[in-house]
Design a protein around this ligand. Sequence first.
Ligand code: MOS
Length: 710
Amino acid sequence: MSSDPIIAAVGSARPRIEGRLKVTGTARYAADQPMPDTAHGWMITATVSRGRIRDIDASAALGMHGVLGVLDHRNAPRLNPQASNYFGPDGSLLLLQDDVIPHAGRPIALVVAETLEQARAAAEAVRVIYEPQPHDMDFRLEHPSARPASTAFGPEADTGDVEAELAASAVVVNERYRTPEENCGAMEPHAAIAWWEDGHLHAVDSNQGPFSVSQVLSTLFLMDRERVHIRAEHVGGGFGAKGLCGPQLILAAMASGRFGRPVRVTLTREQVFLATALRPPTDQWLRIGAGADGRLRAIHHRPAFALSPLAEYIEWCSEQAKTLYTAPAIRTELTAVPIDILPPCSMRGPGATPGSFALESAMDEVAERLGIDPLELRLRNQPTVGPVSGLPFSSRRSIACLREGARRFGWAGRDHRPRTRREGHLLVGTGMATTVFSAGVFPSSASITAEADGTFTVAVGATDIGTGARTALTAVAADALEVGTEKIRIRIADSDLGMAWNAGGSRGTTSWSFAITEAAKELREQLSDPERPVTATVDTTPLINYRPTRERHTYSAVFAEVSVDPVTGEVRVRRMLGMFAVGRVINPLLARSQVVGGMIMGLSMALHEEGVRDPATGRQVNADFAGYHIAAHADVPDIEAEFVPDYEPEDPSGLNGLGEIGTAGTAAAIANAVWHATGTRQRTLPIRLDRVLETETAAIDVRVGGVGVA
Ligand code: MOS
C-alpha cells in the first residue's frame, strides 16, 4: 500500500512489543486490574479425596470484620449443568452445585470480604464437616476400571499382524514406561476480577483464550455470549492449565452477581496445584520388534493415563507410534483409568511428551539390542506416507532435523556402548530422541480497519501467554498488508474481538494468522473501491478443510549430554541441542526463546517434576514449589536451538505450530543419555537420585573402596 519497498517482517528477529511494559512492571496482569469497590474472595477447598459435605458452619466467619458472605452449595447461584470442554461434558466447571466431593482440592466455598486478609482469616474460621468415602488412587494399566480412551482425536491404529511380526523379529523390546502426575505450574497464579453491569458479565482473567472462556461462562450462566466480556491482556504463562475457564473466574462471577460489586479471586500457589489442572500420570506398555537389518517390524503401544470421572480428557500418548516410524504392523490402544484425582488437562506438549518418552526410550533400547547407532535406527525407519493413515505427508523435515542436529551436536564418532566415558568419578553419556507434534489450524476471526492516518487496526481474539503472539501477529499483518510493522496497531486478548482459537494445541498463531491474512486480502480489495467500508472482517470457519488430506506435523530432534554422579545419584544435563521443523519461522528470536523454554520444561520433567500423593488421604503432599521441584537456573545448561528451513504448503503463510514441539522429545533424550552414561535404563520419570542410586549401589561399593586406597 506504500510505494516504498517494504522489508518483510515475517522472518526477522524483533523483540516483544510489550517487553518494556513487562520489565518496567507496568504490564497489568489479571490480579493487578484496579477497580473501585472491589471485594475479595478466598476459596476453600476440600481436604478429603472423595465423599460428601455433611455441613459447612460459616457462623463464626460471617460475624467477622469485613465479611460480606460465604457462598457454598446451599446458597450459590445455580449453574447450567450442560457446561462442557473440548472433550465433552465437564463437571469440574459446576462449582458449588452439590455436596459431592469428587477430589481433594475441589473448591467447596468462597468467602467474600472487603479485603483479602479478612477473607483469608474468615476462611480459616469456616468449619467443614465431611462424610468421607474410600478413594481410589491406584493408578495402573491393569486397573479394573481401565477402558479405551475417547477416540475424538482419531481412531486407534491396527495395521498388520503385530504378534506375527514380533515373533519374526530379531530383537523385541517389551517394557513398561511410567511418568508421574505433573502440575502445569505457570508462573502467574490463576486470578480473575469479575463484575456485572446492566445484565452483562465483565471480567479480567488469566487464561489462554478469552473467547472460549466467554463461551463457557455464557453456558454456565445461561446468557447470550455477547453479554460476556472477558479480557486477558497479559498472562504469565498458561502451560495448559489456563486453557479452559478456571475456578477463580466462575467463583468471582458468582460472587460479584450475589454481592453486587466487583469481586477478585486470586489463587494461592497451593490452590493452583490442587484446584486447577494437571498432567495425568501415565503407565505405558510398549513392544517394538525389529529385524537384524534395523528395520522395525512391529510397534505395539498401550499407554494408560489417569482420568477423573468428572470430565473426559485425552492424553494422546499414542500419536507418535502412529506417525513417527514405518512398520508392517502398528497397534495403539490408548487407555483411560478413572480415579479420584483433579481432572487432568492439556499440559506442556500434551500426550506427545509422555508418549514420546516411552516410544523414544524404547527405540533407544532397540538400537542397543541391535548394536546400532540410535540415530541410524531412526533414519532407517522413516515413512514415506502416514504409516497408519496412508495419507501423504505435508512438509516433513524430520530427517533434516536428525542430520543437522547430529552434525551440530557432534554425534559422529560416539562410542555407542554404555558406561564408556568418565571424567574423574563422573559418568558421562549422550542421548537423542526425535518427535512429532500434530499441527494445523482452527477457526478464528479477525478484523482489520484502515484508519484515516494510514495505520491499520488489527483485531483478533488471540492471547499472548508469554510467547510473543502479539509481536508475531503484528509481523504477519504487516506483510499481509504490505506495510511496515509501525503501521500496525494490534488488539488482542478480548472476547469482544470475535471468535478465536486459544493459545493452545500449537495452533494459536497459525489459526489467528490465517484469519488476519484473509482479512487483509479482503480489506485490500475493499480499499480499491472508495464506496466500500474500510473495515474487513473474516471468519475462517468455512475456509478450513476439516477432513485432512495430508498428515501435518511439526518435528524435532533433541540431543543431550549428561553427567551422572554414581556416589550421589545426581544427574546433570551438561548441554542440549534441539533442531526443529515448524514451518516458516515468524520471528527467530521469539521462536528460539519458546523452544528453549520447552526444552527446559522437558529437562524439568526428566529430572525433577513429580506430584506425590499420600495414599492414605489421597492428597498431593507437595503442592508447592518447595516440594514439587522444577528446573531452576542452576539445573539448566547452555541450550542450543535451531530451526531447519521449512515451509508448510497447507498454510497461506507457510506456518506450522511452535508451541509444544519444544518440550516433547527432551525427556527421552536425557533418559537415553543417562543410560549411555550408566548402562542402566531409567524407565520411570523423574530420574531421581534414589532411582539412579538403586542401580549404582554395586558400582559405588567398588569405587568408594578404590577412592579409599588412592
Ligand atoms: Mo497447550 S498444553 O495445548 O495449552
